[in-house]
Design a protein around this ligand. Structure first.
Ligand code: GUN
Ligand code: FE
Length: 464
């Protein structure tokens, strides 16, 4: 086509939704998303732009043009900031128990089985495929204490095309962890972690979408002072991500206060574990001082609303963290404290939990005192957590439809959703997409410019 030089790998024409900030969603109507060779969004051309028609023609002629079908919409791929990969094998199991009993009776025995690489392969392979089908393009995983199986999880992410941040879990305190499932000593925990970090840094060199090692003390109660200190030093040495649990449940929160005379946030900070690249799950019991420390250190909260309904003992005050303290926040499924692999489900629960926090729940209490005012979050805010908020938490250019961000998207087909009017406003459709989409409505998933899921192609070979 005269005047149009082919600069992009391919172009997708469609309508997409992306967060501008926590409260506002931008609609790109019938836009051209121009994808670079490296899988990022190089340019967005709008219908009113001069080169719109000529670009469509030029790229159609080259077979590098995808025109989304009527009723299909683009959302950024979701970012699951907190998920325990081995616990996929017990999703939905024993959620009637409190956290401590659930860990000891079900979770530690299950995780111990991941010394078996055949079992690990089976569970991890299925989980990563399921997450992709649910629209999750990036996940920050806890694996288990086993280095080899943890490495296998990172390799599976690499092979299936998902962006993965993976941690070999450290739990070395013989007082708190069962004999059959723990690191042998602080020094072996640290040596295995360092070897794991080096292996994943190597793997990342042949993984276009990125796989990253994560320093992963399970939570303070499971770790000795020596391992916590050593892990902080390793994170600094390699400048890598950190993840843990923070102030989750009365029991875990009180345990740390008794051991250190301070809350989790300050105790973690003493060990160098609160950094720009840290992600702390749950955070139901943060004090105002703790929240300030999160904001100052750039530490992010992984909000896990489904899991918190079972184990959290409180609703995490997301509106306060976002609006009053500007803390970075994303969304986590926390499989299997949360039963669902879908961040669509967690978006809904985030909104519902915040409404219950605002209104309160005990009818015996008068309405003025029943809840915590200004606690509700909007659907836009929950969507932000699952997308742009997660990207910001990880300090990665993901979670938005914007120039220089990765082409990590899910294409949703709305033709089976209850949309009966041709005049339905796009924001109303957006709300239906979030509230009513099931995995079956997700027709394609892309990560870093490569298609990793196509509903109509059974086994998709991800091109390296
Ligand atoms: N605290 C320590 N380990 C875990 C875990 O596996 N799940 C949850 N929800 N909390 C934890
Ligand atoms: Fe967790």
């Amino acid at each position: 086509m005269k005047g149009v030089v082919i600069l992009f790998k391919f172009i997708v024409k469609g309508t997409g939704f992306s967060s501008v900030d926590p409260k506002n969603v931008e609609i790109f109507e019938e836009a051209l998303f121009c994808i670079s060779e490296s899988g990022t969004i190089a340019k967005v051309i709008l219908p009113e732009d001069e080169e719109y028609q000529s670009t469509i023609q030029a790229y159609s002629m080259k077979n590098q043009f995808q025109n989304l079908k009527k009723g299909q919409f683009i959302l950024p791929g979701f970012i699951d900031l907190h998920i325990h990969a081995p616990q996929w094998a017990q999703a939905g199991t024993a959620l009637d128990l409190p956290l401590y009993e659930w860990l000891n009776t079900y979770t530690f025995p299950l995780e111990a089985k991941f010394s078996d690489l055949v079992f690990a392969e089976q569970v991890y392979s299925d989980l990563v495929s399921q997450l992709i089908k649910n629209g999750t393009t990036t996940a920050m995983y806890f694996a288990t204490v086993h280095r080899q199986a943890s490495r296998r999880l990172a390799e599976i992410c690499s092979e299936k095309g998902q962006r993965g941040l993976v941690g070999k879990v450290v739990m070395d305190d013989p007082e708190q962890n069962p004999e059959y499932y723990r690191d042998e000593s602080p020094s072996t925990a640290l040596a295995e972690t360092e070897l794991f970090i080096q292996e994943i840094i190597e793997l990342n060199k042949r993984t276009p979408q990125g796989v990253y090692p994560v320093v992963t003390p399970r939570f303070i109660p499971s770790c000795t002072d020596a391992s916590l200190k050593g892990l902080g030093a390793l994170a600094a040495k390699y400048d890598i991500h950190i993840q843990s649990h923070c102030s989750e449940s009365d029991w875990a929160h009180d345990f740390v206060r008794e051991r250190f005379g301070k809350n989790d946030a300050f105790a973690l900070d003493d060990f160098g574990l609160m950094t720009e690249k840290s992600v702390m799950a749950h955070c139901g019991f943060l004090s105002d001082q703790d929240m300030k420390l999160f904001a100052e250190t750039g530490t992010a909260v992984a909000h896990c609303p489904i899991s918190n309904a079972y184990f959290g003992n409180a609703v995490t005050p997301i509106a306060k963290l976002l609006n009053q303290y500007q803390v970075e926040i994303g969304l986590g499924s926390d499989i299997s404290g949360g039963f669902s692999p879908s961040l669509f489900d967690n978006i809904k629960q985030a909104v519902m939990s915040s409404r219950m926090l605002e209104d309160g729940v005990d009818k015996e209490c008068c309405s003025e005192k029943r809840g915590v005012s200004n606690s509700r979050i909007s659907l836009n805010e929950a969507f932000y957590l699952a997308t742009a908020g997660g990207g910001q938490a990880l300090s990665l250019p993901i979670g938005r439809l914007a120039v220089d961000y990765a082409w990590d998207v899910q294409i949703i087909d709305s033709s089976e959703l209850p949309i009966f009017s041709k005049e339905e406003p796009l924001m109303a459709i957006f709300q239906k997409l979030l509230y009513l989409s099931r995995p079956d409505n997700i027709v394609e998933v892309w990560v870093q410019g490569r298609k990793v899921h196509d509903k109509f192609m059974k086994e998709l070979e991800v091109q390296m």
